[in-house]
Design a protein around this ligand. Sequence first.
Ligand code: NAD
Length: 340
Amino acid sequence: SKQNKTILITGGAGFIGSNFIPYFLEKYPSYNIVNLDVLTYAGDLSNLGEIEGLTRYKFIKGDICNRELVEFIFSEYDIRGVIHFAAESHVDNSIKNPGVFIETNVNGTFTLLDAAYKYWMEKPFYVKTGYQGCRFHHISTDEVYGTLGQTGLFREDTPYAPNSPYSASKASSDMIVRSYHETYGMDTVITNCSNNYGPKQHDEKLIPTIIRNALNGTAIPIYGDGQNIRDWLYVLDHCNGIDLAYHNGRSGESYNIGGRNERTNLQIVDKVCSLLDQKVPREKRYKDLLMMVEDRAGHDRRYAIDASKIEKELGWKADENFESGIEKTVEWYLEKYIVR
Ligand code: NAD
């Protein structure tokens, strides 16, 4: 598979990346993938067990901030595209320890982007193809837009107003990517997605925590009054949106991805607990384990996405509705927490 085009994926051992890589390898038999991941606490290679040993896939353990390593990877594998997932991603951690978020999300993105640009711009193929075909796709979040009131939706032209060190670091990285398009004409695209849920998410996140604590019979913690609203998207619907934007998105553009599935945190707990009541019945209802805890500092009240740009321009549409997606998700975690 030497003639295959090789794409560098960063953070592929994390939640979204480990759903994306198997999907992408199967859909595009003519791509090779190099996965660069430093394996922080959030990275888990067992999430990629299904593709281990595949010749079109190569894992490299390393840091996106390591310029020398990143340059080596570009030339060694003749990288012709980047899909950049690697990040520190947990808002609570960013409140306790913001430094590493600036390092990975800001400096790491810059390091990758600048190495990609320098590698590609010297190559005749880059100029010949009008820069197309060597694309830097940056994966970002709707949290860059800040918080919404009861109404309204985030659009691509909504001003950035990040409120947490996490969202501020993502907003910064989006701006740096934007500048490489505006200044150097680099072929970039950015997708800003709402809250993902699905298989392979780290235990620390809301839905896995609800399921694990419920099964252990320990308290299910919910921040504040539980009325914070998030727009939930099944992870493979996000992957499909990334695929469309990577291949067909217009250079220099950003695209919002979201499922119009607004739920309060309490509604999420209700739904997951009632699925557990059906699937793993016990004497008391799981919901009785609910415990309100002090609100997260700077907690954004509501996020919701207007995805009409990616729907109209690229024909994106979510396959899963919330009911079907959450059922698949609960089943996956039951398998993880009970059977394994
Ligand atoms: P995750 O925390 O599950 O995975 C992040 C991965 O990046 C891990 O495997 C980790 O080891 C790796 N990583 C961290 N620092 C690194 C470094 N310095 N060098 C190399 N690898 C490093 O995150 P996720 O939920 O899969 O999110 C992936 C991307 O999608 C992030 O950029 C995040 O901002 C974005 N995003 C996530 C969501 C969501 O709901 N999870 C929504 C929108 C956007």
